[in-house]
Design a protein around this ligand. Structure first.
Ligand SMILES: Nc1ncnc2c1ncn2[C@@H]1O[C@H](COP(=O)(O)OP(=O)(O)OP(=O)(O)O)[C@@H](O)[C@H]1O
Ligand code: SF4
Ligand SMILES: [Mg+2]
Length: 422
């Protein structure tokens, strides 16, 4: 294992600091009406890649999900469990296709219950899919369940959990936590394990590593605890990291440090991330590409800049409109925000047609009966919406009044419906 970290993993990279400062200022500007002149947004934060690294166009594919499906049975009670009777299914993941190239960061975004964690758990093989395939480096790993095969797989694919408070056992030292995956997977002799654990702590920015290794979780801050969780993944020297809401429990300033660490690790170790977050602004800061999930399906996927600046699906547009804007409005102007109304999405009762139609302010007749596939709208950008069928059409700006009324006027304006209902 190589450890190119002697120079330190949290470098003082001026370029990053400038962008970080801009991002922080944009965030503040989007929320603070007293700030008169929000700073200009840099044209290309992500193209050709996020700060510090870029993904070459010809980088090979590392992960492919093909029609991935996870349906959980609903059982009413003990009798149902004993008799294996099923009262319905929760369609947590309902047929998704995506690829991630080596060195790429793909953010999976969506509101609670959209199936993000379930997707991540299937990739790390903590949950079995009920359909479709997971392909890593061209090899279908869907049926890989024997303990030896799983052990080898888990060296390559690691999960960073959401909650460091739950992940860390208060009775174990940090060193014991980080060394544990090596013991469980029977990797290395005692001395080597110890050294690898120290290296992983060091790589996660916990220095001097020996000092941190001897501490207990309660002796660390929240940000340091999340670094320990990252070290626990790094110790296995993985290629692919599934990070499930890794910064959502942290203060904004600590978040920035952790995101920077993850970008540095990608650059230095060639890591690839499936980065799960409900927060589109975090996805925008870290990801090369963003996939937006809704009720188990991908509604939109494409380069981060494209998805945020030119969303082609009304659901993404609604998420973008309530996130801190990359282009804050001029002083005195109000930003249009789409407040989603209607039924709370329920994966046990997925609507017919486009599953977003009960809440979509642009829904029209066809949406209630036919589910749109992902339409290619150019430059690697795809949207599952009938409005995208004709190509890259800018969505009409929807404001809260239209959203609340479920108006179809905009669909008519966009040329995809011919009639406005009474
Ligand atoms: N083991 C399970 N058995 C039954 N249903 C489940 C199980 N795990 C998840 N679900 C259901 O699957 C759906 C997707 O859950 P998931 O945890 O993947 O969503 P999520 O997008 O990660 O949400 P959050 O942002 O709240 O973490 C939800 O309706 C959830 O209740
Ligand atoms: S297909 Fe129809 S309901 Fe679905 S997102 Fe597009 S306009 Fe809205
Ligand atoms: Mg989750």
């Amino acid at each position: 294992m190589t450890h190119p970290h002697d120079h330190g993993v949290v470098p003082h990279d001026d370029a990053f600091h400038d962008e970080e400062a801009d991002a922080a200022a944009r965030h503040a500007a989007a929320h603070d009406p007293t700030l008169p002149e929000p700073p200009a947004h840099p044209d290309h934060v992500h193209a050709p890649g996020p700060p510090g690294s870029s993904v070459a166009d010809d980088a090979p594919e590392l992960l492919r999900l093909e029609g991935l499906e996870v349906h959980f049975p609903i059982r009413g009670g003990l009798l149902d469990i004993l008799t294996r009777r099923q009262r319905g299914v929760v369609r947590a993941v309902d047929g998704i296709d995506l690829t991630i190239r080596k060195g790429e960061i793909l953010a999976l975004v969506g509101e609670s219950g959209s199936g993000k964690t379930t997707t991540g758990r299937v990739v790390v093989k903590l949950t079995r899919q009920t359909g479709g395939a997971v392909v890593v480096d061209g090899k279908d790993v869907s049926t890989l369940w024997g303990s030896r095969a799983l052990r080898a797989y888990r060296r390559r694919v690691q999960l960073i959990f959401q909650d460091p408070y739950e992940t860390l056992n208060p009775k174990h030292t940090i060193g014991e936590f980080v060394i544990e995956p090596l013991i469980v997977n029977n990797i290395g002799a005692k001395e080597e394990r110890f050294q690898r654990a120290l290296d992983a702590l060091d790589a996660a920015g916990l220095r001097p590593a020996a000092d941190y290794a001897a501490r207990y979780p309660h002796e660390l801050s929240g940000g340091q605890r999340q670094r320990v969780v990252i070290a626990g993944a790094l110790v296995m020297d993985p290629e692919l990291v599934v990070a499930d809401e890794p910064v959502s429990m942290l203060d904004v300033s600590i978040r920035t440090e952790l995101l920077r660490l993850m970008l540095d690790l990608r650059r230095e170790r060639g890591l690839t991330y499936l980065f799960i977050t409900h927060d589109l602004s975090i996805a925008w800061v870290i990801a090369d590409r963003i996939a937006v999930m809704y009720l188990g399906r991908i509604m939109e996927i494409g380069p981060a800049e494209q998805v945020i600046r030119r969303p082609r699906n009304p659901y993404t547009q609604a998420l973008v409109s309530v996130s801190p804007s990359p282009d804050p409005p001029a002083p005195g102007e109000r930003e249009a925000r789409t407040i989603l109304v209607g039924e709370t999405p329920d994966a046990a009762h997925v609507p017919t047609g486009c599953r977003f139609h009960p809440r979509c302010p642009l829904a029209f007749d066809r949406c209630t009966v036919e589910e749109p596939p992902l339409f290619d709208v150019g430059e690697g950008h795809k949207a599952a919406c009938w409005l995208a069928e004709a190509g890259p059409l800018d969505l009409p700006v929807i404001d809260a009044v239209q959203a609340a009324g479920g108006s179809e006027v905009a669909a008519v304006e966009a040329g995809v419906a011919t009639d406005v209902p009474a």
